[in-house]
Design a protein around this ligand. Structure first.
Ligand code: NAP
Length: 252
């Protein structure tokens, strides 16, 4: 399904990461990958995983550092000459702001959460666009806390709402170049980022009990969806928020 395609995966922290489930699926379906890690602390976890999925480009990337974005895309351009898809699977909010009320969120915390979790998708897309000469797919990862109030999700709710809106605008802007933009909205999974959300285990239990299938989603299932969205088979879909949560979001 992805034979001959080149894809960039941003957001692997460890083998629990949603981006890891996606990278594994991209690799299984035949894509050649570029994989990034955030900093020295994460390199030792990410590098072996990147090697496991045969990544031909392995590179540091802090999305707050414009020079790192430039040098990564320069390398992709030099080595591949093109990019077919990109997965943006990152989010961050300072703990103090994440754990407080939305009303109390500091300006600095809000701007940082928006910058890393939302605007970075636009920045990566801007650099990817000229490399997607034959079209392509831009994927991000969101959460249902954008659409309704989820206890303890706090400031990430408005941030994810902005990310979903950006997905629609970017899809409209890039559609004529055959570039599709998708926001995948998984149900809760215990990852490093998720462990920063208070009472996350309660959220998982609720999702498991209320979902029609009485189960949680796995990173491999998200990977299969991401591979489909990165492939030519999904070319008629764009700008959508695609839920993958065992149907939990349809429940009242
Ligand atoms: P994760 O494994 O902790 O992945 C998040 C990644 O973001 C980590 O690799 C983290 O790096 C990276 N990151 C943070 N700041 C960054 C920066 N400035 N530059 C580059 N990378 C940065 O958690 P995850 O759950 O898979 O999260 C992936 C995405 O899924 C997020 O957008 C999250 O909101 C979304 N999501 C998660 C769930 C869930 O229940 N887990 C549900 C729906 C949506 P370090 O770990 O090295 O700091």
């Amino acid at each position: 399904m992805l034979q001959g395609k080149k894809g960039l995966v941003v957001g692997i922290a460890n083998d629990k990461s949603i981006a890891w489930g996606c990278a594994r699926a991209f690799h299984r379906y035949g894509a050649d990958l570029a994989v990034t890690w955030l900093n020295d602390k994460s390199e030792k976890y990410v590098r072996p995983l990147a090697e496991q999925c045969g990544a031909s480009i392995i590179s540091p990337l802090d999305v707050q550092d414009d020079r790192q974005i430039e040098s990564l895309f320069d390398r992709i351009e030099a080595e591949w000459g093109k990019l077919d898809f990109l997965l943006h699977s990152i989010a961050f909010a300072p703990q103090n702001d994440l754990h407080g009320r939305v009303i109390d969120c500091s300006r600095e915390g809000f701007l940082m959460a928006m910058d890393i979790s939302c605007h970075s998708f636009q920045r990566l897309a801007k650099r990817a666009e000229p490399l997607m000469k034959d079209g392509g797919a831009l994927l991000t990862v969101t959460y249902m806390g954008s659409e309704r109030v989820v206890d303890h999700y706090g400031i990430m709710g408005p941030v994810k709402a902005a990310l979903e809106s950006a997905t629609r605008y970017m899809a409209a802007e890039l559609g004529s170049q055959n570039i599709q933009v998708h926001a995948i909205s998984p149900g809760p999974l215990l990852t490093r980022t998720a462990s920063g959300i208070a009472e996350f285990d309660t959220l998982m239990t609720q999702a498991q009990h209320r979902a029609p299938g009485r189960r949680l989603v796995t990173i491999d299932e998200i990977g299969d969806l991401a591979a489909f969205l990165a492939s030519d088979r999904s070319r008629a879909i764009t700008g959508d928020v695609i839920h993958i949560d065992g149907g939990y979001h349809i429940m009242g």
